[in-house]
Design a protein. Structure first.
Length: 224
């Protein structure tokens, strides 16, 4: 039987952590959300870097926080949308494995009936290869798993995922009113006594979702 103890406090960027206590095996974990609550259990602590920015002052597109991420409006094919996403371990945290869930939706077509976000997702997959992230498609999102543990050493305390997305030039009139909602969420689990995320096969970047580390990270990212 699992028991959970949750402490809360108000902060501008939340961190969520859950630890199980009881007969079953449990791990120190951490999970981030764009909200104003923090839930802590102690020894695993990460922050999600999620920064929207605009390099081209002549660009007509805009961005705004929406409570769970950023919405990009007035976009046009070929626009380069600045979005810097990474996970960083905090001082005092235990070494940990991290994952990031990415969801890209058109607010004006949330079910994806007339617009397709697959090209944007592929850009994130391609960008994640620079730092060797593994990934798994989940239906309405893609989850990326960093293959090595984050530590508090200066060289290994941050895991960059991607820094921009380009609006596909193939998009036509059905995307004319699109408002892109790009949401990211991170989770972390202790590295001690837990193996790293692995791929389904040698040379593949598709994550093995049956591995214990991936299962623990997914519990956090997909918790109700």
């Amino acid at each position: 039987m699992n028991k959970k103890r949750i402490l809360t406090a108000a902060v501008s960027l939340s961190l969520v952590a859950v630890v199980g206590i009881g007969a079953t095996l449990a791990y120190f974990t951490d999970k981030t959300e764009v909200a104003t609550n923090v839930f802590t259990t102690g020894n695993v602590n990460v922050s999600l870097i999620d920064q929207a920015f605009k390099n081209d002052s002549d660009a007509t597109w805009t961005f705004a926080e929406n409570g769970s991420g950023y919405t990009y409006s007035n976009i046009m094919p070929g626009d380069k949308l600045g979005k810097n996403v990474a996970v960083q371990i905090e001082d005092g945290s235990q070494d940990c494995y991290v994952a990031v869930r990415v969801q890209i939706k058109n607010n004006n077509d949330p079910e994806g009936l007339t617009t397709d976000m697959s090209e944007l997702y592929q850009q994130v997959v391609d960008a994640s290869a620079i730092h060797n992230w593994l990934y798994a498609e989940t239906g309405d999102s893609i989850v990326f798993y960093y293959p090595t543990a984050l530590t508090n050493t200066s060289a290994e305390n941050i895991a960059p995922l991607f820094s921009y997305l380009t609006v596909p030039k193939t998009w036509s009139n059905e995307y004319l009113t699109a408002d892109l909602n790009i949401n990211v969420q991170a989770a972390a689990v202790q590295a001690v006594n837990l193996g790293a995320p692995t791929a389904v096969a040698e040379g593949s970047r598709v994550a093995d979702t049956t591995g214990e580390c991936v299962i623990e990270l997914n519990k956090l990212l997909f918790a109700e």
